[in-house]
Write a protein that binds this ligand. Sequence first.
Ligand code: SF4
Length: 476
Amino acid sequence: MIDLQLTDKTHDEERQGEALVIDAPLVRNGRKLYIESYGCQMNFADSEIVASILLDQGFETTGDYKEADVVFINTCSIRENAEQRVRNRLSQFGAEKRRNPKLIVGVLGCMAERLKSKFLEEEKLVDVVVGPDAYRELPQLLSEVESGHKAINVLLSREETYADISPVRLNGNGITAFISIMRGCDNMCSFCVVPFTRGRERSRDPYSILAEAQDLFDRGYKEVTLLGQNVDSYKWKGADANEDAEIEVNFAQLLEKVALISPDLRIRFSTSHPKDITDEVLHTIAKYDNICNYIHLPVQSGSTRVLELMNRTYTREWYINRVDAIRRIIPGCAISSDIIAGFCTETEEEHQETLSIMDYVGYDFAFTFSYSERPGTLAARKYADDIPEEVKKRRLAEILLKQQQTSLFRLQQFVGKTVRILVEGTSKKSDKDFCGRNDQNAMVVFPATEGVKAGQYVNVHVDRCTSATLLGTVVN
Ligand code: SF4
């Protein structure tokens, strides 16, 4: 993966394994859970649901798997190397299990769903395999393992949204948090495993989403990111708050309701689908200052023929029309993308069309990949992965170079200006610096300043930039 920016992560990105911990729960059973997450932000949000379920059982979390009673690895299947990383990690946990045979090792998430019981055959040291819709069953599944059996539940659901489970915030900064608003995906992009591993699309009820956002704000959080594989198709139907009429809530209406919680609560969302993003959503973003002017709108390819093979259900012209609408309704809005180089049968001219759409849009940043075939997907069944690796590599390098130049150009537009940022904490590179993001999701780094602390909004005068970061000083 080529990550041009420190941004929130979407379904088309992968994060390396991160151990997730929280302070001790109220009632303990003396048992410790170690949970490590890979992949998209939805997976990280799911780990917070898993932790919540087990903390309710009296577990506490630990950041050291060697002191854990239960080790869970929440997996990603989006690319082969993501799966390989998980297998390598499992062999490390295996060594620990040989030392401590009572240790329970579980595989959760997309890889569990994709491989199902094969996982138990392939990885003998794994005790429990649980798909993304079966986390409520974890306490029972752990009991089965304790009574000497292997346990598995990979049933996908048409209803499960975990709406009533309040996620515990793991590794949080206490300032920004993710809220899942829906699960699954009904699109069948031909390169993607998600519809097979996360099931059909379901929208979570808006009351529980609003309650979660309000609770976060009351606890001092200042930014929430509403998460879904395709947030623009959020649609919930049910009784109104007084239970006397049936109402329908779409994504624009949900955005507005969350924005009204407080002007001091920033709202972000991910991911948008070009076929579904409506002008109503764009007007809602434009109407509220606290809905960030940033849209992740993955194009994947600039060629209509390749988009058709990818089953993206929009054309180059449709995508350009949506970008024009964003530029018209929300001037200055940042746009980011996911781009795949070397999809099946992609010609040199079609690759050039991807480069030219990048020129047209001028993405603020992009996550770029060379195509890797995933077993079970429509593309794997229907098309030959026929672009030689060195051609994919060269096309990817051209895409990346263009994006680096565009990212630098986009960030240079802020130099000499003052931007409002939400301070997230100390910078990764130096504890003498603070960092935070502006409305357009650009990372801003500035020297730690007396009186400024995480969670505050401050104005920063931008003096200079790299292709990924704005650098400046606080001004009043
Ligand atoms: S929209 Fe397409 S790429 Fe995104 S999760 Fe759904 S099938 Fe996968």
